[in-house]
Design a protein around this ligand. Sequence first.
Ligand code: 0GY
Length: 307
Amino acid sequence: MDSKIPTASTKTPGWLDWRAHPSRPRFKLPPGAVDAHCHVFGPGNEFPYAPERKYTPCDASKHQLFALRDHLGFARNVIVQATCHGTDNRALVNALMHSNERARGVATVRRDVTDAALEALHVGGVRGVRFNFVKRLVDFTPKDELKEIAGRIAPLGWHVVVYFEAADLPELWNFFTALPAIVVVDHMGRPDVTKPVDGPEFERFVRLLREHPNVWCKVTCPERLSVSGPPAVNGERNPYRDVVPFARRIVETFPDRVLWGTDWPHPNLKDHMPDDGLLVDFIPHIAVTFELQRKLLVDNPMRLYWS
Ligand code: 0GY
């Protein structure tokens, strides 16, 4: 990978740059594996960051993303619009257009988006919109606006990706379950992994999936959720152990509705920047059979994004 990480001069203080030299995973990904949650940032001189953004990242270009894809052994990417680009999806679409059909996208739009703009996004490879409820990342958008957007994208066969904190699920429940499309939850709804995996908070999240077959889950971001961290000492490659029971429970209970992704280039991490190779080695601990791995990494993302 490129060892020089270009950095926007206004980068948010404390922001950690992504790793230029991630290790090679020991886990061999199945042929056709999809990294179903990653981002591109800029480059800022070509695709300026949004004025309303809550952070300024270091640049992370499509070329660098595609190099990581090849290094780790993935075949495809799903690129998710990051909040630092607001509703300007040009960096995303440009990456999709240069991917040789090996990337699909999830965009962010406002209610004033035209039908022609949605159609252009579809032609560009977008298959979903993201609704973000994490208060440190975005300003509030009224739910009636989001409902209207969901009603517009559903006929295109798109889905809605939602990002929220676990504590906000009760308030968002009725909204999510009324959406007329598949709803994909980012990062397992951000559970507190110091609480029991069968405790009331995570039980509520499991119930959301059990009662609503249109809800899917990304079993992603152990590095954000972990308290124990990545004990990668002495060749140890069993990282983020405290997150394993949560992700494994979801994978085994809902094997046909789970996705996995790196979350490269890992926005807003200030203490610890994960080694992407080690993140891939997390996968066999949460999907313990070849069949579960194939569903998680190939069948499910292909069905959602390439069919
Ligand atoms: C993630 C998580 C984060 C950021 C964003 O769009 C974003 O800015 O998604 C976060 O800060 O938790 O999925 O990349």
